[in-house]
Design a protein around this ligand. Structure first.
Ligand code: GDP
Ligand code: IMO
Ligand code: MG
Length: 415
């Protein structure tokens, strides 16, 4: 059996949580492969809102098991807190012992670095993501499996603090004492040890026994460390290929890939955003879409659908189809715009250049519509909404297999 995958196509917050939760009802295993608690995936069931940061969005399916893979960076603090709302998760949640650990000093370093950067700040979520992935690549990180010997781990961390104390002094970061650290790590060990396992072997066994496996991406393609709008990106491989390294799968293990994309565009944090609308229309998109971050509560920057970026994202992820989210948010707009090309150095281009901050969007304007909210059948959508969907399919050269018309599970059109 192959594993199916869902991946964000824009700058995150496309609505991955809703789709994974919806699809999870048909899967036996849901696995996260990258990112950390910088992610905020919202699920709304029967009017009740649940925000997930680290636990895969399959957790609400009573029959599915959930995996946090080796490619995820895990804050034990955040994970323990998130787990508490679900009661005993033994047998339902499995965490890779190879996943790198986010500790308090990483969070402080993230915040201090952003402060130092001033106007050039990335606008991170301040969760310690960058510092931990840096340590991993530098080959001096700490993995969850090291909680099995807390004394050894504490000694190693204290040695690291000792060697680097000057840096932490400059950054005005207070480091823990030996006793504080060991006490903290013992709590993490006691709470998490029974969930730690070799998740690669687990997922291989599940695939071998024909279990249905769904891989849940976090963030979005344009935040990918290699292919996003560097340096205004996150620190992981957010694209579908990241699922291979982040779980220990081979490319041959990946089956159907669904790209999750909003009917318009948003971005939290800094960096280029060609279709950003800085007029009151952008404010209206924000208001109608409730575009405030699930993780940090920050206002999301809003703008129009970017077909150039979406086509790139569809190709790089190998999308079989797209799920078009939040179509209802465009209800009531007289005209809706789609970016069909960029103007770059006086020329019209249809690819993402090295310096995306230097492009100007070229728009095509379509007539707007009303009353798409909560529609559950394609044929019942307003005619102009259907034209909009068909236009996107044409421009992006990818089929739209699913359309979402409200945050609720049931308000979804499957084609
Ligand atoms: P994720 O990070 O990709 O999982 O997305 P977020 O959960 O951060 O942000 C998406 C937001 O849009 C959440 O508040 C969802 O409840 C909401 N949402 C998802 N689908 C729809 C939809 O079709 N219509 C509307 N109005 N809201 C939606
Ligand atoms: P989900 O999974 C939207 C953004 C931050 C910042 C940049 C780097 O909910 O779609 P980081 O803390 O990762 O070092 O910040 O990435 N970012 C997200 N934006 N949705 C997310 O996750 C994000 N995770 C990180 O705002 O611009
Ligand atoms: Mg989110």
């Amino acid at each position: 059996m192959k594993a199916d995958l869902i991946v964000g196509i824009q700058w995150g917050d496309e609505g991955k949580g809703k789709i994974v939760d919806l699809l999870a009802q048909k899967y036996d295993v849901v696995a996260r492969y990258q990112g950390g608690h910088n992610a905020g995936h919202t699920i709304i069931v029967n009017g009740k809102k649940i925000a997930l940061h680290l636990i895969p969005s399959g957790i609400l399916n009573p029959d599915a098991i959930n995996i946090i893979g080796n490619g995820v960076v895990v804050s034990p603090e955040a994970l323990i807190k998130e787990m508490k709302q679900f009661g005993n998760l033994k047998g339902k949640l499995f965490v890779s012992d190879k996943a790198h650990m986010i500790l308090a000093h990483h969070v402080l370093k993230d915040l201090a670095k952003e402060k130092l950067l001033g106007k050039k700040a990335i606008g991170t979520t301040g969760r310690g993501i960058g510092p931990v992935y840096s340590k991993k690549i530098e080959r001096s990180g700490y993995r969850l499996g090291e909680l099995r010997d807390v004394k050894k781990l504490t000694d190693s961390l204290m040695e690291y603090f000792e060697i680097n104390h000057e840096l932490y002094k400059i950054l005005d970061i207070k480091l823990p004492t030996y006793q504080e650290l060991i006490t903290q790590l013992e709590v993490y060990r006691d709470e998490l040890l029974e969930y730690l396992t070799d998740t690669t072997e687990l997922i291989w066994n599940k695939l071998a026994s024909n279990s249905r496996v769904l891989l849940e991406g976090a963030q979005g393609t344009l935040l990918d460390i290699d292919h996003g709008t560097y340096p205004f990106v996150t620190s992981s491989s957010t694209i579908s290929a990241g699922a291979c390294t982040g779980l220990g799968l081979s490319p041959k293990d990946i089956g159907n890939v669904t790209g999750i994309v909003k009917a318009y565009c948003t971005r939290v944090g800094n960096g280029p955003f060609p279709t950003e609308d800085l007029t009151p229309t952008g404010d209206l998109l924000c208001k109608q879409g409730h575009e405030f971050g699930t993780t940090t509560g920050r206002r999301r920057r809003c703008g129009w659908f970017d077909a150039v970026a979406c086509k790139f994202a569809s190709r790089i992820n190998g999308c079989d189809s797209l799920a078009l989210m939040k179509l209802d948010v465009l209800d009531g707009f007289k005209k809706v715009k789609i970016c069909v090309a960029y103007e770059y150095n006086g020329k019209k281009i249809t690819k993402l250049p090295f310096d995306l901050e230097n492009v100007k969007p070229i728009y095509e304007e379509l007539d707007g519509w009303d009353n798409s909210k909560k529609i559950r059948e394609f044929d019942k959508l307003p005619l102009n909404a259907k034209k909009y969907i068909k236009k996107i399919e044409e421009l992006v050269d990818t089929r739209i297999s699913l359309i979402s018309t409200s945050p609720e599970r049931e308000d979804t059109i499957i084609r």
